[in-house]
Design a protein around this ligand. Structure first.
Ligand code: RP5
Length: 298
């Protein structure tokens, strides 16, 4: 007999265990956690080498007397100290001078070290200081995910930028400016990086929390609000794309197992989550063959 489960739409898949896993995850039975991997094993070229932290030594609760990470704050961060420069976007280097140092983030209450510096909720990263990040503690970002189905090829695509800093494809997200509402950041970043103007009032919330970004340190990291808009029909066709100053290029990126896994930071996970949520709300919004791609992410 043919292996076709008409009711679920998983019939073309031939990778049952992964599909079962994906299905359970889409139904909300499995919680996926964004772990720190890039935050421990990757870093931008201007960073010193990270201290190598094994999985079991990552949590702050685990005593690790041999831990001796380097302290690093990039010169561009020191040059943008808001107490020294009128339009500076960075906190002062002396953490005790930060007026509104957060005590909690999307990840919950924050620990501090003996100097009063906030501690990364995912544990040790192999480097102290702020690296390239301006804020002590959480540095808030916003990530607008825009997807569509390419009717010609039957692919699911996302509006993606190629980042200037490392050439990786990414969601066109960015940092939330001081006093800015996240909904404004989503549309501002999308416009600045892709030339596209969209209203996010109906966008679906996908995720709020830690991003596994290679700029992370023990004392500074990125947390993002991720929202999703899935475009259909003319709305998806008529957008005119223009790469902004932070992007090498902008394009509709076909989503495959490989392209999703190669996205910047935790962006692959965010996009898979957004599309899993869409599938749960509206199973016919995605071509059946795309479910294989979602399943392959696990
Ligand atoms: C990622 O870095 C976030 O998910 C967001 O996409 C991005 C913000 O940093 P910039 O693009 O402004 O460098 O961690």
């Amino acid at each position: 007999m043919e292996n076709n489960d008409q009711n679920t739409g998983w019939s073309l898949l031939g990778v049952k265990p992964a599909v079962d896993l994906a299905n359970s995850w889409i139904q909300g039975d499995i919680e996926v956690y964004v772990e720190s991997y890039r935050a421990r094993f990757e870093w931008p070229p201007e960073y010193p080498r990270r201290f190598n932290v094994a999985d079991e030594n990552t949590p702050w609760e685990v005593a690790y007397p041999a831990y001796a990470p380097e302290y690093f704050v990039a010169p561009v961060v020191l040059d943008n100290d808001c107490l020294k420069k009128a339009d500076g976007w960075a906190d002062p280097e002396d953490v005790s001078q930060v007026a509104d140092l957060p005590t909690e983030s999307f990840e919950g209450p924050l620990l501090r070290d003996e100097e009063g510096r906030p501690l990364n909720p995912r544990g040790r990263c192999g480097m102290t200081g702020r690296g390239l990040l301006g804020k002590w503690g959480p540095n808030y970002a916003a990530d607008p995910i825009i997807t569509r189905v390419n009717e010609r090829f039957g692919d699911v695509e996302m509006l993606a930028i190629q980042r200037k800093d490392n050439g990786q494809w990414a969601i066109p997200g960015g940092m939330v400016d001081k006093g800015e509402a996240v909904s404004s950041t989503l549309s501002r970043e999308l416009k600045e990086e892709t030339g596209v103007e969209l209203d996010f009032s109906d966008a679906k919330l996908v995720y709020q929390g830690f991003v596994d970004d290679r700029r992370s340190t023990d004392n500074a990291w990125i947390e993002s609000t991720v929202k999703h808009l899935h475009l259909v029909g003319e709305q998806a066709e008529k957008l005119e794309l223009e790469a902004g100053s932070d992007a090498l290029s902008v394009n509709w990126l076909p989503l495959t197992e490989r392209s999703l896994k190669k996205l910047y930071a935790s962006h692959g996970y965010f996009v898979v989550s957004a599309l899993g949520m869409l599938y749960k709300r509206q199973p016919d919004a995605l071509p059946a063959k795309f479910l294989e791609v979602l399943a392959s992410y696990f």
